[in-house]
Ligand binder design. Sequence first.
Ligand code: CA
Length: 264
Amino acid sequence: MARRPSQCFNYSGGSISGCYTGSRFKSMRILIVEDEKRIQDFLSRGLESAGYAVDVAGDGNTALELVHATEYDLIILDLMLPDTDGLSVLEKVRNRKSSPPVLILSARDAVDDRVKGLELGADDYLTKPFAFVELLARVRALLRRGQPTPERLQVSDLVLDCIRRKVIRGNENIELAPKEFSILEYLMRNRGRPLSRTMIVEHVWDMDYDGLTNIVDVYIRHLRSKIDDKFPVKMIHTVRGIGYMLDAPEKAEKPVERQVEQSS
Ligand code: CA
């Protein structure tokens, strides 16, 4: 469910991540390290149409040459490469003075591989086969890291104050349990982007997600009953096959700054 124009992507918090063409903004550049032609094409086509500049390396040595020559914003790294193991590529990339975030994409889903990859400094790990929309959500989350995070989030008439831990919709104060607050904050920071249950669990519970993804549905039900049920405009949307997304039509937006201040 891509609601925004694919050529230009922006973060609703205000900072623009990149535009593909005809813009003064530089495209984010992604290196795909993958030897399988089919996956190479699938990834580069998808990421290019999402507005990213993409380079492809079919083996580890080419990847390292490209990393030395070019400044990447993100590397997507396959583990089983024809000339070397992806983990040793990761190690070399991490030994450089500045190194971009690395998303490991691998058919190896053994816990050992996952742990080793993360220990060596990978930022995220996705197992094949994967849905492109899940990969894109993770890519965007990684690219957004390091950007300043606003203290106050607003989507339409829903306001979340990250410092005072308050939530207001319209004129109404909404009481949320800590996990509900964290999920809502994560959804609002990623306004308009589908987030998988796995991503939500990993973000909010900060632990291995096995067997925990159903809990997300339970918490989303609670959240909906508090922030959506009695309002005509629903903000939490189910994205079939993926998870959830928070968004609302722009035109309903009006500043509610004073209400937050008064309520604190
Ligand atoms: Ca491979």
